[in-house]
Design a protein around this ligand. Structure first.
Ligand code: C5P
Length: 273
């Protein structure tokens, strides 16, 4: 018997850095959403092992991989196959999403979820439910939000892996105000209007390390995105489009620059609350 779980890409639609803890971790206030597109993990009974395939397999090592650490934290054995379809170290959850998918799969096999999933990575708690949420603290304080409209999204990455600690270190300020109140969104127009009053505070910091991110954002906007922003610590950017067709055409145009680009949608929640 094998169990398959999707590990949806995580998008920080907005991300404000509001402070820093004594241990150096930053306090965040973020609106997090997920896409239909994701990596995939397959779990089979057997001794703990990890095999990685898929388009981005070569960029990832099995040694110390978060999928193995997740199984160890859950005290479980499983033969894990990770199909890596999303670029690594790119601000869209990556290892955290994969680790959360392993934990969800192990839960379906009867293993309890670990008490402190954030020990694997700050984004693991929100990736566990893979449902829209306001994420605060260093990632461990979650407020579930109503489902977001199933909007068309393009993800685009210029092929640069950014180090999250380096991006945080490049911040000018760490004491920004939190997010404004989050309403119940009904469509692209009201979401884009609300997002325009928010920021990703990591975007200017990432731009100093990888100026090409500015070109990716311009590319999303000139291909018709109603809203474009970098996710997490980058370098993946997202654009929100009015239709699936315009998103698909935009993704094809962005690929002409040699960038990774793909059209997908905001996803419905994976696990019932
Ligand atoms: O938790 P995770 O392993 O994803 O974090 C990677 C690095 O990003 C941390 O070691 C830390 O330097 C930085 N980070 C942070 N504040 C957060 C999340 C991550 O400073 N809330």
């Amino acid at each position: 018997m094998s169990i398959t779980e999707t590990a949806p890409a995580k998008l920080n639609l907005a991300l404000h850095v509001t402070g820093r803890r004594d241990d150096g971790y930053h306090l965040l206030d973020s609106l997090v959403a997920f896409t239909v597109l994701g990596d995939r993990v397959r779990l089979e009974p057997g001794p703990l092992a990890l095999r990685i395939d898929g388009p981005f397999a070569a960029d990832l090592s099995t040694d110390g991989n978060l999928c193995l650490r997740a199984a160890r934290l859950a005290g479980a054995d499983a033969a894990i196959t990770l199909t890596k379809s999303l670029p690594v170290a790119s601000g869209i959850g990556g290892g955290s999403a994969d680790a959360a998918a392993v934990l969800r799969g192990l839960a379906r096999m009867g293993h309890a979820l670990p008490a402190r999933p954030e020990r694997l990575g700050s984004d693991v708690p929100v990736c566990l439910s893979s449902a829209p949420a306001r994420m605060q603290g260093a990632g461990e304080i979650l407020t579930p939000l109503p489902p977001l409209p199933g909007l068309s999204v393009v993800l685009a990455n210029p092929g640069i892996a950014l180090s999250t600690p380096q991006v945080f270190a490049a911040l000018d300020r760490r004491d920004n105000p939190g997010l404004p109140a989050i309403p119940c969104f009904t469509g692209l127009a009201d979401l884009a209007t609300w997002l325009a009053g928010t920021r990703n505070d990591l975007e200017p910091a990432a731009l100093t390390l990888a100026p090409v991110i500015g070109q990716v954002l311009d590319g999303l906007r000139t291909t018709g995105a109603a809203f474009a922003r970098m996710s997490g610590s980058g370098a993946t950017c997202f654009g929100l489009y009015a239709t699936a067709d315009t998103a698909r055409i935009a993704a094809n145009a962005l690929k002409q620059h040699g960038w990774w680009a793909v059209a997908t949608e905001l996803a419905p929640p994976l696990m019932p609350r």
